[in-house]
Every structure is written in C-alpha cells, then in structure tokens.
Ligand binder design. Structure first.
Ligand SMILES: Cc1cc2nc3c(=O)[nH]c(=O)nc-3n(C[C@H](O)[C@H](O)[C@H](O)COP(=O)(O)OP(=O)(O)OC[C@H]3O[C@@H](n4cnc5c(N)ncnc54)[C@H](O)[C@@H]3O)c2cc1C
Length: 347
C-alpha cells in the first residue's frame, strides 16, 4: 500500500486531520488500535467559550467557536449525522459572592456571559439555588457518533488499519517511510498519550492529567440545556442520561476510575439536585496537554517527513478542527501555524 500520509491515531485529533486531508484530496491511511480508554472516547464534548472560576474567555475563543460550529456541521453533513449542537450553559449559584463575581465578568465579557433572572422552572430541579448565569453560545460535540462515523467511513474507503502501531518497525528511506506493507511519504503522530513514549520529546513540557467522569440517569432534568456548578452536567442523546464531570488530576496512582471520585460526585449531585440520580457508568482517561496549555502542531524541522498533532489538553474538541486545518494549510501552502501552537517552538 502506498500513500502520501500515514496518521497514527484516530481520536479527535486524527479524525480532524484526516477530514482536512481528505477535503484537500490528500491520500492518507490511518492506524488506530481502538483503545476504549482513550481521552476522545470518554470526553464530554463541550466547547465552552469561557474557562475557570473567573470565566475568562478561552484562548482564541472568538476564532475557534464560529470555525468549529461551521466545520462540525460540514463534517456532520458529510456523515449524515448530527455531530454538534448549540447549547446554553446554565450556571447555578448558591451564594451572593458567586453572583457578584459572575456579574462583574458579564460587564467584561458580554458576548458570552449573561445574567439570567431567576427562572422558577428550575426551582423544582435544584436545591438552595439563589440565581443563575448564562453562558452562550456553547457547543456540545457528539463524540461517540463523530468518532464512530468517521471510523466507519475510513474503513469503507480502505483507509483504516485497526492495529497497534509499533514505532520500532518503522523504516526510514530517502523518499519516506515503510511500515510493514505500507509505504508513505510522511507520518503524522496523533497518538494522544502515546507521544510520551517518543524518543525526542524530552524538551517538551508535557502535562498529562487524569480526568474522571460519570454517566448518570436523572429522569426529569430537561435535556436541552447544560447545567453547571462545580460540576458540569452534559445531556447525552439517550433519554435521561447525563455525562457529569470532570476532574483534572495532576498526580494519580491509577488510570482507572476510582471509588472516591464516584462517591464524591454522587454526593455533590445529591446536594445539588432535587431529582433522583442513578449511577450508570464510571469513566477515566488521561489527556495529554502541555504546561503552557497550548497544543503541539506541525512537521518536525529535524526529522524530515515526521509531524505531530497533539497536546490538546482539556480542549481537544475546539482545538483539533482549527489546528488540523492550519496544519494542512501549512503542508500545502506553507501558511504559518500559530506561534504558540507550533511544534518547533521547543527546538
Ligand atoms: C474525562 C475527560 C473529559 C473531557 N472533556 C472534554 C470536553 O468536554 N471538551 C473538550 O474539548 N475536551 C475534553 N477532554 C479532553 C479531550 O478528550 C482531549 O483533548 C482529546 O480527546 C485529545 O484527543 P487526541 O486525539 O489528541 O488524543 P486521544 O483521544 O488520546 O487519541 C489518540 C488515539 O490514538 C490511538 N493510538 C495511540 N497510540 C497508538 C498506537 N501506537 N497505535 C495505534 N493507535 C494508537 C488511541 O487508541 C486513540 O484512538 C476531556 C478529557 C477527559 C479525560
């Protein structure tokens, strides 16, 4: 098999890179081992224009949000699936200080933050809530549908090899690489935490963090909205099912879901909601970010033909489409990659 590009990994990064390569008629194959615990397969799928307790606008939000909305819709049309939905985030406040802080931010960032007058419809849903803030627009990416549908498409087009890629079997030639029966001109690693095993990455301040989340059943909670306090409740497509999370743990003993996260989160849900909550599933994954919370995008200037598309941290859903496009434009037309995201910034 001969191809121009070999991508390693079909998480959200590999999927978007594959999409833009296809859009520009660039031949490629994807190797993915289908690891069920990958970050993309367990993520909530939220694209939030603000971040943290202080509701600071997320990096490049004004560019990322419209671009993502348009591109996810375009991918959805191609796949005949709804892969993105515009949603309101309703933030619930239990004290005056939180309302004051949010009000201050509304003046600084009126595009995305709005104060919601007390909505009595919510009174029967939550406990001890004295006010609401609204974050809008936000988007919810249907990760399961998107990843599975793109995978199906790749398979149908004979572009997917479902196996573990063993880097020690990659052979470099003058004109490219060979891997078992595949010959390619370039190889781009979109392998998430797999990047930690690469040889030449010691200079990069990688920051893997563990995230835990739960799937719960909450009959009666209206599923057109995202709800937030310290936790985020994201409605799933199945009736009454919600994704709730997530933790960001810098140190962890196990990659698996823990009893303590489950107990704490269930208790927090019972303290927040007036409705019954049933635990359905526990999830945990490691997301790969960098200490400066910027992605890693580009062809390597020292390893000819090798590229990287990684380091999406907690924001893969919004960063992956935007930077996959930049990477393809860079490869095709030498257009520049954002200086804070370019892979070669550490060299
Ligand atoms: C609990 C949790 C909640 C999150 N919620 C959100 C959210 O709401 N919004 C958001 O934007 N982000 C969220 N994130 C972050 C998001 O999941 C990541 O930024 C994103 O998924 C990273 O995608 P990726 O494709 O770079 O890596 P990955 O998802 O890790 O994908 C890498 C792929 O490569 C494959 N692979 C790796 N090595 C090999 C190999 N050697 N051979 C073959 N295949 C290989 C893996 O199987 C996988 O399919 C969350 C993360 C977690 C853990």
């Amino acid at each position: 098999m001969n191809t121009d590009f070999l991508l390693i990994g079909q998480g959200i990064s590999g999927t978007w890179l594959s999409y833009f390569l296809e859009k520009h008629g660039l031949e490629h194959l994807v190797i993915d081992d289908g690891y069920p615990g990958s970050s993309s397969r367990l993520a909530g799928g939220l694209i939030n224009p603000v971040t943290g307790r202080n509701k600071v606008k997320t990096w490049l939000a004004d560019h990322l949000l419209p671009f993502c909305h348009e591109q996810y819709q375009a991918m959805g049309s191609l796949l005949h699936e709804i892969v993105i939905e515009e949603k309101k985030i309703v933030e619930c406040f239990t004290n005056e200080e939180a309302i004051r802080l949010f009000s201050r931010r509304v003046h600084e960032n009126p595009t995305y933050l709005h104060l919601e007058s007390f909505d009595t419809n919510y009174e029967s849903l939550f406990k001890n809530i004295i006010g609401y803030g609204l974050i809008h627009p936000a988007y919810l990416v249907r990760m399961e549908i998107l990843l599975a549908s793109w995978r199906k498409r790749l398979k149908k087009q004979n572009q997917l090899i479902e196996t573990f890629f063993d880097a020690s079997k990659l052979i470099k030639h003058d004109s490219g690489f060979s891997y078992e029966n595949i010959n390619c001109k370039r190889i781009i690693y979109c392998d998430g935490i797999g990047l930690q095993k690469h040889k030449l990455i010691s200079k990069i301040p990688l920051a893997p963090t563990k995230g835990e989340a739960l799937i719960v059943k909450i009959p009666g909670l209206p599923q057109q909205t995202i709800f937030k306090n310290k936790l985020t409740l994201l409605p799933l497509t199945q009736k009454d099912l919600w994704w709730v999370g997530s933790s960001v743990e810098w140190e962890f003993e196990t990659e698996k879901p823990t009893l303590s996260y489950m107990e704490q989160t269930m208790e927090a849900l019972h303290n927040w909601l007036q409705l019954p909550v049933e635990l359905i599933e526990q999830r945990a994954a490691i997301r790969l970010g960098t200490m400066e919370r910027r992605p890693l995008v580009g062809m390597d200037p020292t390893e000819k033909g090798v590229g990287y598309f990684n380091g999406m941290g907690t924001k893969g859903c919004s960063l992956a489409p935007y930077f996959a496009n930049q990477l393809v434009q860079n490869i095709l037309h030498q257009e520049s990659i954002h200086p804070e995201a370019i892979w070669s910034r550490f060299q």
